[in-house]
Design a protein around this ligand. Structure first.
Ligand SMILES: O=C([O-])CC(=O)C(=O)O
Ligand code: NI
Length: 243
């Protein structure tokens, strides 16, 4: 997506919650609503986190791919959400979702990310320095916490590459969801939602965006109906009937 459009879309999405985005994604053929489960909010910040995915991939030291010597943290593009994940072999479909007990991310990284106006960091693994993220009032989400730096067990192998997230969801034993660089991310204490920009065309994106405020309005009317003593199911059917 070109930058002007991305900023316009990001500013629009900031007015909504990830739940609103999921409602629209369900309507447009994504049964999981773009949701990535099991992430926890780890710092105090203004919600939601919205931006384009800037992706970082870590692997175990014995991965055959070479380590990248460049730092990912010093060149964060405008309008980004930093997304850090590991290769599949380091992921678990059940809690704690990662086989790496070292923290993949810490306070200095948030300090640098915030300096570059990054919109937030979402780590599919552990983070450390919890107080530092809080003091920065910079948004961080992760699967969990740790105390040890990543270097003894992990190497950086990709910047702005596709990430594969291992998920467990009925009826499949495990599934993979990908996150591509430039995908739209919106996250808050409910969790993270991804609009898969790389997999949809422009008109589908416009339809997804158009639906969001209409559905929010309909649900506001349902809430008013309920407060007037009407039945929820009937009101939902009526208010959503022309969407
Ligand atoms: O030392 C590291 O690799 C990570 C860390 O704690 C920080 O970014 O503050
Ligand atoms: Ni640190």
């Amino acid at each position: 997506m070109n930058k002007d459009k991305a900023i316009r879309v990001t500013n629009f999405l900031k007015k909504f919650s990830p739940c609103d985005i999921s409602d629209s994604l369900v309507k447009h053929g994504f049964p999981n609503g773009g949701f990535f489960p099991n992430l926890q909010v780890q710092s105090n910040f203004e919600l939601p986190i919205v931006g384009e995915a800037y992706t970082v991939l870590y692997a175990p030291l014995d991965d055959p791919r070479p380590a990248i010597s460049k730092s990912y943290i010093d060149s964060i593009p405008l309008n980004s959400v930093l997304i850090i994940a590991t290769t599949q072999i380091l992921q678990l479909p059940y809690a704690p979702y990662t086989r790496i007990n070292n923290a993949m991310y810490g306070g200095l990284m948030s300090t640098r990310a915030k300096f570059q106006n990054c919109n937030g960091s979402i780590i599919f693994g552990r983070i450390r320095d919890i107080q530092e993220h809080n003091n920065l009032q910079y948004p961080v989400m992760s699967y969990g916490l740790g105390t040890t730096a990543p270097k003894p067990v992990l190497k950086l192998i990709g910047i702005n590459v596709q990430l594969e997230i291992v998920l467990n969801s009925y009826p499949n034993k495990t599934t993979l969801e990908t996150i591509d660089p430039g995908d739209l991310i919106i996250a808050d204490e409910n969790g993270m939602v991804r609009i898969p920009i790389s997999k949809i065309d422009d008109s589908t994106l416009e339809n997804i965006l158009d639906y969001i405020p209409k559905r929010v309005k309909a649900d506001q009317l349902v809430a008013e109906d309920i407060n007037e003593g009407k039945e929820a199911a009937k009101s939902q059917k009526l208010r959503r009937s022309n969407l």
